[in-house]
Design a protein around this ligand. Structure first.
Ligand code: SF4
Length: 313
């Protein structure tokens, strides 16, 4: 297929790539590898990115979904997405040493979940069923008080007792706009529902969605770097797509199809919170090579000074 080379500008979203929680989690694995050597066990993918996982696997990291796969007396790292309390108990019973790489912003939601349950508050947890973060947070809620909501239909079918206290919590990586609509609908159904003023969506998710909206407002195609398992990366593609802009997600530059750029003049580029900068750099290099004379516009990363403390290793 012949591509019409009309591409003049590439705009990189003002905030993209690693958030502080992901950067810390990766550093935790690096340091643990240095201290404990291989094999090093990590429960669930430390962060949802194929390149990060494959690189650690080459260094001797073994990712498992079940603690039963970890030999007794080994060290196990719990991923950034958070882990249900039952897993901590099981790990201790097995004599495993736990290194907890849970993002502090996820731990904050766990504490709120515990507070709700201690007060007998029915907890509506907004998020994606089956996502590791939601599974982890669900574990902190008294199961008799837990209600999971993924969409408007779930709210229509919610059976919380309106005469008893109700609260809501959210996953950190949701669509800001969609979640705001869900919360409004929840408030309509349960006017006394308690919850954070907006949602528990973290700064990194919010900043990346705002940044993609900005470039999608004037670009005619958007390419998001992110793995299929990455919730926040998928939300970025959806955000641009909802604005009517052709939007694609790629795990690595090998998935780029030049036909996406056919007849386009301005391409926006961004990446999810778990995506190494090298993937974005590879994409920019490929685009520069493929479209002669194209100009790249980048701004300074406003999050560069945000860092989270590391756990004891
Ligand atoms: S996306 Fe947000 S909640 Fe998740 S690890 Fe990054 S900062 Fe933490």
């Amino acid at each position: 297929m012949t591509i019409e080379n009309t591409l003049k500008e590439i705009h990189v979203a003002a905030t993209h790539g690693f958030c502080a929680g992901v950067a810390s989690a990766i550093e935790v694995v690096d340091r643990a590898l240095e201290k404990y050597g291989r094999p090093l066990f990590v429960r669930h993918e430390i962060v949802h990115n194929t390149m990060v996982i494959e690189s650690f696997e080459k260094q001797g990291v073994v990712f498992v979904e079940e603690l039963a796969e970890v030999p007794s007396d080994s060290t196990v790292i719990f991923s950034a997405h958070g882990t249900a309390p039952g897993e901590y108990t099981r790990a201790k019973e097995r004599g495993l040493t736990i290194i907890d790489a849970t993002c502090p912003l996820v731990s904050k939601i766990h504490r709120e979940a515990v507070r709700f349950s201690e007060r007998g508050i029915q907890t509506v947890l907004i998020g994606h069923r089956g996502h590791q973060e939601l599974i982890g947070t669900s574990g902190y809620v008294d199961q008799d008080l837990l209600f999971i909501v993924e969409n408007e239909d779930d709210i229509d079918h919610l059976t919380c007792d309106p005469n008893s206290p109700i609260g809501f919590l959210t996953q950190t990586t949701l669509s800001v706009d969609e979640t705001s609509d869900l919360i409004s609908k929840l408030r309509e159904k349960y006017p006394d529902i308690k919850g954070p003023p907006k949602a528990d969506i973290c700064y990194a998710t919010t900043n990346r969605q705002n940044a993609i909206k900005e470039i999608a407002s004037f670009c005619d195609v958007i390419i998001v770097c992110g793995s299929p398992t990455s919730s926040n990366s998928n939300r970025l593609r959806e955000t641009a797509s909802l604005m009517g802009v052709d939007s694609y997600i790629i795990d690595t530059v090998d998935e780029l199809q030049l036909s996406w750029l056919d007849g386009k003049t301005k391409c926006g580029v961004t990446s999810g919170a778990s995506v190494p900068q090298s993937i974005v750099d590879d994409l920019l290099t490929r685009l520069k090579k493929s479209f002669s004379g194209v100009s790249i516009f980048e701004s300074e990363n406003i999050e560069k000074d945000i860092k989270f403390p590391l756990p004891n290793i």
